[in-house]
Design a protein around this ligand. Structure first.
Ligand SMILES: [Zn+2]
Length: 446
């Protein structure tokens, strides 16, 4: 602390901090640390330009990259977009220097290979730099640049663990998804979400499930708007009712709401999964009220009055415009390639089995069941079992390769989580929360 004050004094006196501290015999590593401290103090006080000036005195690429990322973040928040882009370029140039250094070290390594500890340190510095940069690019809405960075980080030799660790940061996850989703490149996002072994990266599951669900939803709602508009235009009003009724009972009530419930009630309040579920719900509510307004005049008006964050700033829903289909959304909507249809087909089979179990009173709810599927259908074999389990709201799914199609379900052997009522293997294994599953324990303790 004392040396931080001293460093600040030196800076205040207008001296070159590096030279001055070196004069006093302070070690170079410590000098860098002190400069970083003073930079942070300046950022805290909103003196961004002064902080950037000081960062130029840092010699070590790792320190420089870190400092310029912090500065870029502050500049984004202050609305200084161009300055932020310049700082980001500096941080990334330093990351390149680290990458080049790493390659040189690898080439010079002896027969026992490179120094793994040092190497993994360099890797994690690069990971951090890339991912922080992605998040800043996403905030700047430089989506193309963000995408290139993501691909670079994903294609570089970084270990999967680094990638996963980077994704621990909610900001990076949000940056990653918003960059790709807003650019309409979900297919790419889905590809990146898989590891070299073709399996979903664990941290990506929630996000991918949401991507698939929201795209499935986008397709359904776009279809609804098209159908209802056509029925109004041709004056076939009973079809307006039929389309909306079917959408509410089939798409919403029996599939989407069921799957979303767990996320809305039990995931962390500000988690990506819960927030995106809320966004989707808001869009659906807005569309439904507007489509119903011409035929359900008073109820639609009351619902509109109660709705927060209206999509149009009008006093009455009857001044609002009927939603139009968005051609971009339609082309972005889910295609069968993503395996959504295969998953929904298999779901129909699984739900039939579960219905039988409920009838025989072996289980009370689907959450108590585990499902085993044997099949030779390649589409079904490639389904992610965790995602499929959440789609059927069962506790466990196993899919195995076999000659003929067989599906069986049984009461699962795991304990019930007191908070979310799911039967998961993690229940009972957490010392501090013996009655909770891992997800709920995490939510409670954060
Ligand atoms: Zn739970």
């Amino acid at each position: 602390m004392e040396s931080t004050i001293k460093a600040a004094e030196i800076v205040h006196a207008g001296k070159n901090i590096r030279a001055a501290l070196a004069e006093e015999g302070v070690e170079l590593k410590r000098v860098h640390f002190l400069i970083r401290q003073v930079i942070r103090q300046r950022l805290d006080k909103g003196r961004i330009a002064a902080a950037a000036e000081l960062a130029e005195q840092l010699g070590d690429p790792e320190d420089r990259a870190g400092a310029f990322l912090e500065i870029a973040k502050a500049q984004v928040e202050a609305g200084e977009k161009d300055a932020a882009r310049k700082s980001l370029a500096k941080a990334l140039a330093d990351a390149e220097r680290i990458a080049a250094y790493r390659a040189k070290q690898d080439a010079a390594a002896g027969p026992e290979g490179p120094d793994t500890r040092y190497r993994s340190r360099l890797d994690s510095v690069m990971s951090r730099t890339y991912w922080a940069a992605v998040s800043i690019r996403a905030k700047l809405r430089d989506l193309d640049a963000a995408r290139k960075l993501i691909l670079k980080a994903a294609n570089s030799k970084l270990k999967p663990a680094d990638w996963d660790r980077a994704l621990d940061e909610p900001e990076v996850r949000t940056g990653w998804s918003s960059a790709l989703v807003e650019a309409g490149r979900e297919a790419e996002a889905l590809k990146l979400a898989k590891g070299a072994d073709g399996k979903w990266r664990p941290k990506m599951r929630v996000l991918v499930a949401w991507l698939l669900a929201s795209r499935g939803q986008t397709k359904q709602i776009e279809q609804l708007i098209a159908d209802v508009t056509q029925s109004y235009e041709t004056f076939i009003f009973h079809k307006v009712f039929a389309h909306i009724y079917n959408f509410c009972t089939v798409e919403m009530s029996s599939i989407y709401m069921d799957v979303l419930k767990d996320r809305l009630y039990c995931d962390a309040a500000d988690s990506q999964s819960r927030r995106s579920a809320q966004t989707a719900m808001h869009k659906i509510l807005d569309t439904l009220i507007k489509l119903l307004a011409p035929v359900l005049v008073h109820t639609a008006e009351e619902a509109w009055a109660a709705m927060k964050h209206k999509s149009q700033d009008v006093e009455s829903v009857h001044f609002a415009l009927i939603p139009e289909t968005n051609p971009d959304d339609r082309s972005r909507a889910l295609s069968n390639e993503d395996g959504w249809k295969a998953m929904m087909d298999l779901r129909t089979h699984a739900l039939g089995k579960l219905e039988d179990l409920r009838k025989d009173q072996i289980i009370g709810s689907n959450q108590e069941a585990s499902v085993k599927i044997v099949t030779d259908n390649e589409d079904w074999l490639s389904i992610d079992t965790d995602m499929f389990a959440s789609l059927c709201i069962v506790s466990e799914v196993r899919i195995e390769k076999g000659d003929s199609f067989e599906i069986s379900a049984d009461k699962c052997k795991h304990n019930k989580c007191d908070r979310c009522w799911n039967y998961w293997p993690s229940v009972g294994t957490i010392e501090s929360h013996p009655d909770l599953c891992q997800r709920c324990a995490d939510v409670i303790s954060s």
